[in-house]
Design a protein around this ligand. Structure first.
Ligand code: SF4
Length: 454
């Protein structure tokens, strides 16, 4: 995951625009946040661990002046959650200085780090991209195209160098990236919800393999790489990652999730009294399930929205309460046959606790419905799931998973059902964590902290 934003808008407060855009992209990464600005070519970055409002305040934002800016919210997939890995990173190369934000995971990061042949400050896979661009004596455009050609895996990137804002997607287009317009100025963002927040209009998606350069001469598109195999936009973005109000490849995510719920109801109907979502991610699919079956929809489980990462550990006695930090059931589930709808089961421990909580609250039956197929294999392109050994569905049947989570019944949406709900052809999507068919080679060592060891 990770959220990206970029803007070129001389005369506007580009840092403040980035700040608000990052707010809209907070769901893509909560570990660190940062903004880099370019003022007449001089780059300044402010980044730190924490959420967007924890990293920036009025004073720090007012110190970030410039004509161009990029912003980043980070969720680590290569390199630990440390300040040094927060982004945008700045790399001073032999030829130029580059500020860069990256969303995705490279599968050839180890080879590239070795090739770059110098010590990098961070242990992520992102600095190697900045280093290749910063050290290349060619023009900025040629340097970026040259770097893009050497990346394997997922890389949606925004950057600043030579008084230019640049943005590109890898040849598969695993992670989204869009171009928007703000009056006469231009912005780029991971998701359209960030454009909405800053009042920008969507111009179009940046295509897989496309480089966009934005400078004093306007916007220039360079078809740097041929789109690989029709593209491989991550299907996880549709059912889990992207915000529901985002348009992904022209499809509103909320609508796609409602269709997943409707399809799930057709594929795995059940006699029940209430449909409830496991909030918040299961909500649109639960709406679809309820709509398709006519079973009343209820909030059922109330989520405490203020529980984030907590640094204060509850005392031993409270730890058993576990999941109650996050959820509490309504009394109305007592005596009811409930359908609990969620979008994923990864390890199974949270679902098991929720099922138990519903039974403890008096539910007569708890039918679990999942609006995607079982996750059976790791992601090498920027989503940090459990390892395959920890995935409950990787080596178990649906019945074994049902028994492990203690539900009355369990059903997953089919792969066809999921893909058709996105209204995108299967050939344009990555579905590797559901099918084990990866669109690139798979790295021998994909451990998140692998560069910490060296
Ligand atoms: S492996 Fe799964 S999570 Fe990763 S990019 Fe492909 S579909 Fe998305």
């Amino acid at each position: 995951m990770c959220g990206l934003f970029g803007v070129r808008a001389p005369g506007r407060d580009v840092a403040r625009l980035s700040y608000f855009a990052l707010y809209a992209l907070q769901h893509r990464g909560q570990e660190s946040a940062g903004i880099a600005v370019s003022e007449d070519g001089r780059l300044t970055v402010l980044r730190d661990l924490g959420l967007v409002p924890q990293v920036f305040d009025e004073r720090s934002l007012s110190g970030l002046k410039g004509q161009l800016a990029i912003g980043h919210t980070r969720y680590s997939t290569t390199g630990g959650n440390a300040w040094i890995n927060s982004q945008p990173l700045i790399h001073h190369g032999r030829v130029r200085t580059v500020a860069l934000g990256h969303n995705g995971n490279l599968v050839n990061a180890a080879e590239l780090r070795a090739e770059v042949g110098k010590t990098l400050g961070s242990s992520s896979d992102s600095e190697v991209i900045a280093a290749m661009i910063a050290d290349d004596p060619a023009s900025l455009e040629e340097a970026i195209v040259g770097a893009m050609a050497r990346l394997e895996g997922a890389a949606s990137v925004v950057g600043l160098a030579d008084e230019t804002l640049f943005a590109f997607r890898d040849a598969h287009g695993f992670r989204p990236l869009v171009l928007g317009r703000l009056g006469d100025d231009h912005v780029v963002a991971s998701e359209t919800c960030a454009l909405d927040l800053v009042g920008a209009e969507l111009v179009r998606e940046i295509e897989p393999g496309e480089l966009v350069l934005i400078d004093g001469n306007g916007v220039r598109s360079v078809p740097a790489l041929e789109c690989a195999d029709g593209g491989a936009l991550c299907i996880f973005e549709f059912f889990y990652l992207a915000r529901p109000d985002t348009q992904l490849a022209g499809v509103e995510v909320h609508g796609a999730r409602v269709r997943m719920g409707e399809r799930l109801a057709a594929e795995a109907p059940v006699e029940a009294d209430l449909v409830l979502p496991i909030p918040d991610s299961g909500t649109p699919a639960a709406i679809g399930f309820a709509r398709a079956t006519g079973i009343p929809y209820s909030e059922g489980l109330i989520k405490n929205r203020y529980v984030g990462r907590t640094f204060i550990q509850p005392e031993q006695g409270m730890r058993e309460q576990g999941i109650r930090m996050k959820f509490n059931p309504l009394a109305e589930v007592a005596g009811k046959r409930v359908v609990a709808v969620d979008d994923t089961i990864v390890r199974g421990s949270t679902t098991r606790q929720i099922v138990q909580m519903l039974f403890d609250a008096g539910a007569a039956e708890v039918h679990v419905r999942i609006s995607a197929p079982p996750i059976v294999s790791p992601c090498y392109y920027g989503i940090d799931f459990a390892s395959e050994d920890e995935m409950i569905a990787a080596h178990s049947t649906v019945e074994e998973v049902r028994a492990a989570i203690g539900a009355t019944s369990l059903a997953y949406l089919s792969l066809d059902g999921l893909q058709e709900s996105t209204r995108r052809p299967a050939s344009t999507l990555c579905r590797a964590c559901l099918t084990r068919e990866y669109p690139t080679r798979v790295p021998a060592d994909a451990a998140k902290l692998r560069f910490e060891r060296v």
